[in-house]
Design a protein around this ligand. Structure first.
Ligand code: CA2
Length: 152
């Protein structure tokens, strides 16, 4: 078995650039740069490449999801505040026709009711919530299984 040579897109939604700087009791002390390093190190160990990005803008996230079709092997997405609202992101994920894993640092189901519903979950292969930033590592490990090919 070999891994797909195309990178896994790891996309992060609004306000996640504040990781490690605000609300550490909720989101932990790791910064987004720390999470990127964790993803890159994990990916290397799995024989994967990652393309790690964050945007506060819905349209930019949609552009990146569209870009992943053809230049990525899968999408790991923390949609953050767009989780509960964005039919447009859900539609883009459907059109991308790639395996999608949704990640949330916190357990959204243990939080306010309005955080429980996710449009992304409707199109995701797997959902990881509540494992802290370790959830990104878990997502990459599962993505490695999804993108394995049978080439020599
Ligand atoms: O638990 C998660 O990963 C969330 O996707 C984070 C979102 C929240 O809206 C979702 O319900 C669950 C919020 C991202 C904001 O990130 C911050 C990080 C540090 C400080 C302030 C905000």
């Amino acid at each position: 078995m070999t891994q797909n040579a195309l990178p896994v897109f790891v996309l992060n939604g609004p306000n996640l650039n504040l990781l490690g700087q605000r609300e550490p009791e909720k989101y932990g002390t790791a910064t987004l740069a720390d999470v990127q390093a964790l993803c890159e190190e994990t990916a290397t160990g799995l024989g994967l490449a990652v393309d790690f990005r964050q945007s506060n803008h819905e349209g930019t996230l949609i552009d990146w999801i569209q870009e992943a079709r053809g230049s990525g092997s899968g999408i790991i997405l923390n949609p953050a505040g767009y989780t509960t609202t964005s039919i447009a992101i859900m539609d883009a994920l459907l059109a991308a026709d790639l395996p999608v894993i949704e990640v949330h640092i916190t357990n959204i189901h243990r939080r306010e009711e309005f955080r429980h519903h996710s449009y992304v979950s409707k199109v995701a292969e797997a959902v990881i919530a509540g494992a802290g930033t370790h959830g990104y590592r878990l997502a990459l490990e599962h993505m490695a299984r999804l993108v394995q090919t049978d080439q020599a």
